[in-house]
Design a protein around this ligand. Sequence first.
Ligand code: NAP
Length: 418
Amino acid sequence: MKKKNTDKIAGPGRLDYHQSVIQVPDHVLIPFIMGDGTGPDIWKASQPVFNTAVKHAYQGTRKISWREILAGEKAFKKTGNWLPEETLQAIKDFHLAIKGPLTTPVGGGIRSINVQLRHELELYACVRPVKYIKGVPSPVKRPQDVDMIIFRENMEDLYAGIEWQQGSKGAVKLLNFLEDTFWIKISDDAGLGLKPISIKNTKRLMRRAVQYAIAQKKQSVTIVHKGNIMKFTEGAFRNWAYEVAKDEFGDQTITEKECAERFRGKAPGDKIVIKDRIADAMFQQVLLRPAEYQVIAAPNLNGDYLSDALAAQVGGLGMAPGANIGDTAAVFEATHGTAPKYAGKDMVNPGSLLLSGAMMFDYLGWKEAAQFVRQAIEKTISQKIVTYDLARQMKGAKQVSCSGFGKAVCNNILKLKV
Ligand code: NAP
């Protein structure tokens, strides 16, 4: 998607879309959700970093104004609602937000606010880049071989939240319906869930993944599925994803099969190789041969597991950025949870939120600010200035607080050449 600046620096304005082109004013207003648990800790450490990166990169010609919007526990305390309508409306109006983690109770209570946000705003692609930052302790031998980006479908699959509690009227009705209509006998004491996978959601996810691969000159896009078992959901995801590559990007892509049969495995020109892997095999592949994979397109649940497994390979969730992106809005977020036992202790690693902010700057077309954040994080880690999670794995580390890490990153930004 092309980006174009429109306004002179003045009062804050909103990001906008005109015919799919993002228009970014030089003074942009960005709504933020602090989040629950350690959310406020990481936000307080990250916000100064974002401001410093923009100020240093653009010397006053670009600026951010921030507006807090409420979700989660803070919203519930103030408004009695976990996800107030004004919050959704603000993200719709400004087409953008950045957020900390939000609490979700397991096995009952409220529906995940994250899932609600994705659905209400049609943020159909969860985008998770996973790249090694030099100096971060990793459990694998060659973490530097990991440079992947996962495009995970966000709207459906088992994550759609279409479920019936065991013993509920709905569950009994559905069990009876399945038995009477399809002669499917399921244990009477089962809870039930539905796994929808549609052409529309699969194709727009794959389209985004291939567009990214083309724009960033990546070598391959890998479809990850469990289609050998779930033929009409995950198998169909695979087939529809291949269709997008062939029908819409046929002159820029080639299948792995064709590449092997006609070109001895070497893609002609700069064609992007479209491959597919069965999910369980893919977990081995990313551990054993990570350099062979660049862009991944996956249904919701596979993508969820794979994102966290890959993040672990490069040093853990504390450093993994992410975004949920639709056609007219994007929400950038820390990918870890609320880590409640550390809440308010100014202790956890703000790296995930910082790197999500860098992704947000890329999305705005503010490449210099994005680079400053990334370079300064790398520099800070190379100086062995790290939070507890990395310090416990590094020899000679200087352990700092969450805000201390943010300050060190700010100092390193200011040393970067403009
Ligand atoms: P979690 O909050 O991610 O915490 C699990 C562990 O990961 C922590 O105890 C800590 O490990 C480590 N960790 C997480 N964030 C870290 C950070 N910034 N820096 C350093 N270490 C970090 O996972 P959880 O305990 O399963 O989930 C807690 C709550 O968060 C749940 O309500 C869950 O639903 C929610 N959640 C929200 C999101 C989201 O909003 N996007 C995502 C996932 C989970 P050590 O104890 O080993 O130091």
